[in-house]
Design a protein around this ligand. Sequence first.
Ligand SMILES: Nc1ncnc2c1ncn2[C@@H]1O[C@H](COP(=O)(O)OP(=O)(O)OP(=O)(O)O)[C@@H](O)[C@H]1O
Length: 257
Amino acid sequence: MSKVLFTATGLKKYFGGVTAVDGVNLEIREGQVVGLIGPNGAGKTTCFNLITGLYTLDAGHFTFKSKPYNPASPNEVARLGIARTFQNIRLFNSMTALENVAVGMHTRTRQGVLGAVLRTPAQRREEARVLEQAQAWLDYVGIGAFADYLAGQLSYGDQRRLEIARALASEPGLLALDEPAAGMNATEKLKLRDLLLQIRSDGKSILLIEHDVKLVMGICDQVTVLDYGKVIAQGTAAQVQQSPAVIEAYLGGLHHG
Ligand SMILES: Nc1ncnc2c1ncn2[C@@H]1O[C@H](COP(=O)(O)OP(=O)(O)OP(=O)(O)O)[C@@H](O)[C@H]1O
């Protein structure tokens, strides 16, 4: 079995009287796709926001690459090597697709690409290198032909791919995807499935929150099911689908997804 990349232990988060996340444990191994599912209000987004530094923990702790991981802020999270996408797409709509990815590479460049005003030859070389690399990421996610389109002009499915390209461009150790299939049609979902499998086969680890249970069950190595903030099942897709607690939580929905 591959090495453990990420652990979450005893996560808790309260909102007033609501315990949104109640003692959640999670483990992600290198090269795995791990799914986090559960009915509406189960605590998935809250968990995700704890992992990616948007919320602070009320209890619990994380490790990433065998070291304590304290996601103090989203910028810190990106710097440490966890990149995320958002349920509500957050792209720079008035920038081109290529520029959106180049921004994602910002943390990895020495010169600070877009901020460069005085352009020395070294800066120009670096900028060319960044744009070339950004184009390669667009090609990788299958939207290379749209490099010069404004992000806001892309179809919904392509915007989601662009978000993934931007996240990948920071070369993260863990890619965290918040409902990447939301709003996609069946064809787009199939293409997304292939892309996620490609990312995994290239050795990346993925944490996936997704409402489309069929997609999750089809690609995840491990699935954690939450209900009312607690883990009600954890294991392979086949294992969790047989769990009576999961079947009850979804009222049989898993078998119709
Ligand atoms: N910022 C917040 N303030 C107050 N309560 C919140 C907040 N965020 C989430 N909650 C509550 O915490 C619980 C878990 O919500 P969360 O959004 O994490 O669930 P979810 O599984 O992501 O749901 P969905 O599938 O509907 O997105 C819910 O009862 C929700 O109302």
